[in-house]
Write a new protein. Sequence first.
Length: 182
Amino acid sequence: MTVSGYCKKRVLLHWISAAVIVWTLISGFYVAGNDVSEKTKHWVAFFNVSLTTVFIPFFFWRFCFFMAHARCMRVSLLSIEEKLVWLAHALIYLSVSVVLVTGVLMMDRPIDVFGVIKIAQPLSDPVLVALFVKIHIWACVVLSGLIALHVGAVLVHELCGHRILRRMSLRLCEKRSNEPLE
């Protein structure tokens, strides 16, 4: 059986995205839902804001790959299952976009990126900032559910013998890059 994979850039962007998204969701929900010290809350907030600010261009690049692929697809030719998979991925991209945009708009102070640069606070109206905090929290909840669905679907496919994880491995990318072009 031949397993076609994704290009190295797409695989790297996927795993970078997964690491950033999973870390920020877990750490953010952890400090919000548990009794942790102010020092820990401050550190997690600082690190997550810095990390996701740096992540925004990577996510935009990944989104461009997704949109380029979507433009080449003939949705009418897809099976129902393939349409559902495409919809689930589109919802993940939409949710991540909402989380990132609201994460910037909810800032009540300048955005400090690892102490290297500071970006001005985009909004000063406390009512708008509070609104974006609420939207951000709900978008994170929705994104968490979609990520759980995504991971569950991958596990089901793996258990059924469909090598989804192999298609997303860097090893397969390296193997393909060493093969002669036909």
